[in-house]
Design a protein around this ligand. Structure first.
Ligand SMILES: [Zn+2]
Length: 366
């Protein structure tokens, strides 16, 4: 018999997933099979039983139009002629499906039924109002933040992906209600090349945008140092009512595109700090081009937010062979040298702290 009282348990973590959402996510050519790998690994550790699994409801055209332009929506509805398109046949269906996961998660938070929601099929941070960018067709994050703001006036968006969270930043560039904080690799020729520390918002949103750039080869110690030095002073000044944290896995060591050198530990440490803010929080996926490592990361984060430690050895399951030859959950750091120095990190932190102080002045705290 179903027990309805469980639904009212606010301590419960919500995990948004269903076969359709996983298949929409797996339909994005560069990420094929990644969503199923992740879901299967989480299931293999028995973690599905520790969460309330909520099926995703696809977004409507009206939902999509709340951020994306009419021209872009029409473009997606027309679809790509078959001869130019090898994969997705129904772009608009895909977009509504992908956006639906994060919207469903956001609704769980605004309803008060839960304080933590996870959607590893979300995190498409590059999508712009009127165009797709960087493998992102729809900005589910912007749509989720829009919905969260119906119940939570001030939202903090944190972006851990190795790439700059440009789509989300641009959407909220003029907003004093949404602070965006993106840590990312920024070097000439590295996509999308935006997100300088001096870029801090415009108009009424001036000083509400935070960028924390770093260079190739960043390691756990350096990343966590940057994050801890900035998150807490920022949250003393801008006290968020809700948090969205994009956990793109492409800053991990061995990512073919990222060039970072992080292990799972850097991410889970940052996630623990975010969870310790004790605000309604939505954790999302994002980039991650080494698919088995992305699956490992999101499983490790799931275990962290559930405070439910898992074995270092991958359990036998359907996709077990993907994790050879060592079949371990850990992602080890490479031997590469970091291009970041203590001095360069401190310089960045100093600049960001300067921006936080100016924000405190604007908010009348000094
Ligand atoms: Zn990325």
């Amino acid at each position: 018999m179903l027990d309805d009282t469980a639904v009212e348990n606010k301590g419960e973590v919500v995990y948004v997933a269903d076969p359709k959402l996983l298949s929409w996510c797996d339909a994005v050519p560069v990420f094929r099979q990644r969503a199923c790998l992740t879901h299967a690994l989480i299931a293999s550790y028995g973690l599905l039983h520790k969460m309330r699994v909520v099926p995703s409801e696809a977004a409507s055209e009206e939902d999509i139009r709340k951020f994306h332009s009419q021209e872009y929506v029409e473009f997606l509805q027309r679809g790509v002629p078959e001869e130019e398109d090898e994969g997705a046949q129904d772009e608009f269906g895909l977009v509504c499906g992908l956006a639906g996961g994060s919207l469903t998660a956001a609704r769980e938070l605004t309803s008060g039924r839960t304080k933590i929601a996870l959607n590893w099929c979300g995190g498409w941070h590059h999508a712009q109002r009127d165009m797709a960018s960087g493998f992102c067709y729809v900005n589910d994050i912007v749509l989720a933040v829009l919905h969260l703001r119906s119940a939570f006036p001030k939202v903090l968006y944190i972006d851990l992906d190795v790439h700059h969270g440009d789509g989300v930043e641009n959407a909220y560039l003029f907003s004093p209600k949404v602070v965006t904080l993106s840590l990312h690799r920024r070097e000439p020729g590295f996509f999308p090349a935006t997100g300088a520390v001096e870029d801090k918002g415009l108009g009424k949103g001036k000083l509400f945008t935070f960028n924390v750039p770093y260079k190739e080869g960043i390691n756990d110690k350096q990343f966590v140092y940057l994050f801890e030095s900035i998150l807490y002073p920022l949250c003393e000044v801008f006290i968020p009512d809700a948090v969205v944290c994009q956990c793109g896995a492409d800053a991990l060591s061995q990512d073919p595109l990222g060039g970072g050198n992080l292990t799972l530990k850097a991410y889970t440490t940052c996630v623990t700090h975010v969870a310790n803010l004790s605000k309604p929080t939505l954790f999302l996926g994002g980039g991650g081009y080494n698919k088995s490592n992305a699956a490992k990361l999101w499983t490790a984060i799931t275990s962290t937010v559930l405070k439910c430690p898992v074995s270092a050895e991958i359990p036998e399951h359907q996709f077990f062979s993907w994790y050879g030859p060592d079949f371990e959950l850990e992602v080890t750091a490479g031997l590469r040298k970091s291009s970041n120095t203590q001095e360069s990190l401190d310089q960045t932190i100093k600049a960001v702290h300067g921006n936080i102080e100016k924000l405190a002045e604007v908010l009348g705290q000094k």
